[in-house]
Design a protein around this ligand. Structure first.
Ligand SMILES: [Zn+2]
Length: 331
């Protein structure tokens, strides 16, 4: 496309409200189905607290799982649910032990007696082995083998915070959904006071970046979405949002991080990686200061990549009986 066509194209206001917000799996809430999941009928009292919905993409959930088990899950993801303990890692396993933790989780789930669960004897918890022998799985601790239709309420409740050790989330394996996180940036220009300038700089740069436009057009055309290359680029960029985290550097000085999100534009793994790569390697300038690509953000508690550990929303919620994080460091 000639440069002048880009110049004359009626690009949207970069600060228009983002589109497709309701599709974002990272910002949903638990118990949000209509009607909401029924509360368990067991004698075990359980809460109807609504938590943030935890979304971890399938590749992250199965990231370091041995191929034999990962293959089984990939073949029939609807037959399994992932069990992710809060704060999963060496500290938790030293305190409790994998086996004991699994038994406690399974015993607890069986006591719930959700109306939808036909036969609790069908529920089994299998430990997941890692690709490297001796390594501790850092993400998924176990898979719950249970037919999909038997567990709509378990999935709807999702997070169970019983006590400081027995706290976990039950997640679906979603093969067609990627994370909405694109990248994290830091640098002197990153401050929430200039949110509009940062979002504008990113969108302007992408509108005029030929390689990015070509890739987006190729992917959307392949998916049968009508429109010109510019229409396709606008369609994609209209879902962009940014979020800020008050990180500090190793000396304690402010080192704010900005995280860029968009709705994934494809369900094809290779195309998705190409899309991420092109944005992550691009240069964005805000008032002559370049945004610096920062490391990924990972919450050590719930394992989400949408907030740092100190920003974890779970332990700050009313009705939370799980572990609370008291670390003061923000880097
Ligand atoms: Zn978290």
């Amino acid at each position: 496309m000639a440069a002048n066509e880009k110049e004359s194209y009626p690009w949207l206001d970069p600060l228009m409200p983002p589109k497709c917000v309701s599709d974002n799996p990272h910002t949903k809430r638990t118990r949000s189905s209509d009607p909401p999941p029924e509360l368990p009928t067991s004698h075990v009292a359980y809460t109807d607290v609504i938590y943030d919905h935890l979304f971890l993409p399938l590749n992250q959930l199965l990231g370091n799982v041995c191929p034999e088990q990962a293959e089984l899950v990939r073949t029939a993801p609807e037959d399994f649910l992932a069990v992710v303990p809060y704060r999963a890692g060496n500290g938790l396993f030293r305190e409790k032990g994998n086996q004991w933790l699994n038994q406690d989780i399974l015993a607890f789930l069986k006591t719930l007696r959700f109306p939808g669960v036909v036969d609790e004897a069908d529920m089994a918890l299998a430990d997941l082995a890692t690709t490297t022998e001796g390594a501790t799985p850092s993400q998924v601790e176990a898979v719950l083998q249970a037919q999909d239709e038997q567990n709509p309420d378990t999935k709807g409740m999702q997070t169970f915070a019983i006590d400081k050790v027995l706290t976990f989330s039950v997640l679906e394996f979603e093969p067609t959904q990627f994370s909405w996180v694109i990248s994290n940036f830091s640098g002197d220009s990153v401050s929430c006071e200039v949110e509009g300038e940062i979002l504008t700089a990113i969108k302007h740069t992408l509108w005029y970046h030929n390689e990015f436009c070509f890739l987006v057009d190729k992917i959307l055309t392949k998916a049968g979405i009508p429109g010109t290359v510019n229409d396709h680029v606008v369609h994609v960029i209209a879902t962009f949002t940014i979020a800020f985290f008050d990180n500090t550097d190793e000396w304690g000085w402010p080192a704010t991080i900005v995280q860029l999100h968009s709705k994934p534009i494809t369900m094809d793994g290779e195309d998705h990686q190409a899309y991420l790569h092109i944005i992550r390697t691009m240069r964005f300038w805000v008032d002559m200061v370049q945004l610096k690509l920062a490391e990924s953000i990972d919450c050590q508690l719930c394992k989400a990549d949408t907030h740092p550990t100190y920003g974890c929303p779970f332990f700050k919620m009313e009705g939370w009986y799980g572990l609370t994080y008291d670390g003061a460091e923000c880097h």
